[in-house]
Design a protein around this ligand. Structure first.
Ligand code: DGJ
Length: 534
């Protein structure tokens, strides 16, 4: 027996998968796609990331006691945690994994999955999280320079030494992660953070200028179906921005690919956005990052990046919904990589799910006392997090089912617009109307208007059967194209509760509960609706 155990240890060692005592090796998290739709698989099952991202400097052991209560208050299933290069490799070649080790043990105790954010060469465009030995050595790790040759607060993506150093640190991180996380508590890794450069379209160093005057690489031309030419000839006024995007994208690709070769977790990047309705020119946004105009360039540059997720800090519904549209593409799974933690943002979970989002992630979720108002809430406490918690608690018991329905193209969702206009969806022969600001009884809207908070999810389970839920919304069904005299009736409206994906009957709604449509409030109500006509 002893011999068999020893033999198993040798095999595990040889495969590099020695499992810590008590830990069970789980299947690798994967992002799969079919028909332009996506599904994240965690522990072998469809998974919806109901995320919560801590503040920027909460990645220290001393801060975690103020992190976990916030995770409980919001009821997230996934915590997003920065891993800073300065923390990992304070002296060149000497790695310190103690925070990661401690964090993962604690995350498991709190029954959370985790997404690690690699704050390396870029954090909001700058090298703020690089170790001092990088920050202070601009001859080895050169900065982007502007047209006047002045150094910018951003490192050049063209420097071989910077790439080599960042890549080595990231590979060390992934190698260590692989050894300590056979159960895949970590389900995805964000490579860098909001890459790009503020205040300068591209690097204007002599080397960058030479490359900029040269031909556009064939790989990019092929992806964009372009013939040969220089950056200026092929991209005109966009040339500088796309040149920078390509170079940063290639850098990130090389870091991600090297990390994946030791631990093949799904890796993604997040985007600081440009205004989706009035993007300019002039370029006032972070140039070179995966902004909506540069998605094609980034896709070509970084094929090992599983997805590009927007960081959405635009509370108005017109902009928010436009961003969801722009980042939901058949070649890009929608993933709200960050969003504001103030109340108006909560309802957009429903809209994101309507765009087949694989996850949603409000930012600044801890009780360390830091707030990023006006991007987010003025105060972060349990009351601030309540609107998110309400939705997470509603969705979480059926998250895997919703992820599966989404992948099958059966999940639909809407969030209340700023002007509270009703929204309609056509699902097979049915038209679904979602209205807001209505009482539960009658058709007269409330006089005192609530701030927009509502949203609804509708999944089509069969031709005439739907799973329906929502918050502060009324959902009504009619026929999309009724024949003369044809009318709608409910066969049954069953209220139930999912528990770990299993449906439990509570009661049948009828009478007042259905006469005025299906009315959702702040209660957690999930319905199975069976319709017919007469
Ligand atoms: C977006 C960044 O990605 C975050 O790390 C953070 O800096 C927020 N902006 C602002 O709080």
């Amino acid at each position: 027996m002893k011999q068999v155990r020893q033999w198993a240890v040798w095999v595990a060692l040889a495969l590099g998968v020695l499992v810590a005592p008590g830990a069970r090796a789980e299947p690798l998290p994967r992002l799969i796609s079919a028909h332009g739709r996506y599904e994240l698989k965690v522990d072998g099952k469809p998974y919806l990331v109901l995320g919560a991202q801590v503040n920027n400097s909460s990645n220290y052991r001393s801060m975690l006691p103020q992190v976990w209560p916030a995770m409980r208050a919001i009821d997230a299933n996934t915590i997003f945690m920065p891993i800073a290069w300065e923390q990992l490799e304070p002296r060149e070649g000497q790695f310190d994994f103690s925070f990661l080790d401690h964090f993962l043990r604690a995350a498991r105790r709190h029954h959370l999955h985790a997404i690690l954010l690699w704050f390396g060469t870029w954090k909001n465009g700058g090298p703020g999280y690089t170790p001092a030995w990088v920050k202070l050595d601009n001859s080895r790790f050169p900065r982007v320079v502007n047209r006047d040759g002045d150094p910018m607060p951003s490192l050049s993506p063209l420097a071989h030494a910077t790439l080599a150093a960042d890549r080595r640190a990231f590979v060390a991180l992934m190698r260590h992660l692989k050894a300590i996380d056979p159960q895949h508590t970590v389900i995805m890794v964000q490579v860098e953070n909001e890459t790009g450069t503020y205040g300068c379209v591209r690097d204007y160093s002599a080397r960058a200028d030479r490359l900029f005057d040269g031909p556009v690489p064939r790989r990019l031309r092929r992806a964009l179906h372009l013939g040969p030419g220089t950056w200026r000839a092929l991209f005109g006024s966009k040339a500088g921005e796309f040149f920078h995007a390509w170079n940063i994208g290639r850098f990130v690709e090389k870091v991600a690919a090297a990390g994946q070769s030791v631990d093949p977790l799904p890796m993604y990047v997040n985007a600081a956005l440009r205004d989706p309705l009035h993007p300019g020119p002039p370029i006032t946004y972070e140039s070179g990052g995966p902004t909506d105009d540069a998605l094609g360039v980034w896709k070509a540059a970084a094929p090992d990046i599983a997805l590009i997720g927007p960081d959405i800090y635009m509370p108005d519904s017109a902009r928010y919904l436009r961003v969801l549209q722009l980042y939901h593409r058949s070649d890009n799974a929608l993933f709200v990589a960050e969003t504001g933690n103030a109340a108006p943002y909560a309802r957009y979970l429903f809209a994101a799910l309507g765009h087949q989002a694989i996850g949603f992630d409000p930012f600044g979720i801890d009780f360390t006392g830091y707030v990023n108002y006006p991007l987010g809430a003025r105060v972060v406490d349990a009351a601030t997090l309540a609107p998110f918690a309400l939705e997470y608690r509603l969705v979480r018991p059926m998250q895997s089912l919703l992820a599966r329905l989404s992948f099958a193209g059966r999940l639909h969702g809407v969030a209340e617009l700023d002007d509270e206009r009703p929204q309609t969806l056509e699902l097979g022969r049915w038209q679904v109307k979602v209205t807001y600001n209505m009482p539960m009884f009658g058709t007269t809207p409330f006089v005192r208007r609530m701030k927009p908070v509502g949203g609804a999810l509708i999944a089509q389970l069969g031709p005439d059967e739907f799973l329906v839920t929502g918050i502060h919304a009324r959902v009504s069904f009619s026929l999309a194209r009724p024949r003369r005299g044809e009318r709608v009736q409910y066969v049954r409206v069953v209220q139930g509760r999912y528990h770990d994906g299993v449906w439990n009957f509570i009661r049948i709604w009828n009478g007042d509960q259905t006469d005025w449509g299906l009315n959702f409030t702040a209660l957690q109500q999930v319905l199975h609706v069976h319709l017919a006509t007469y």
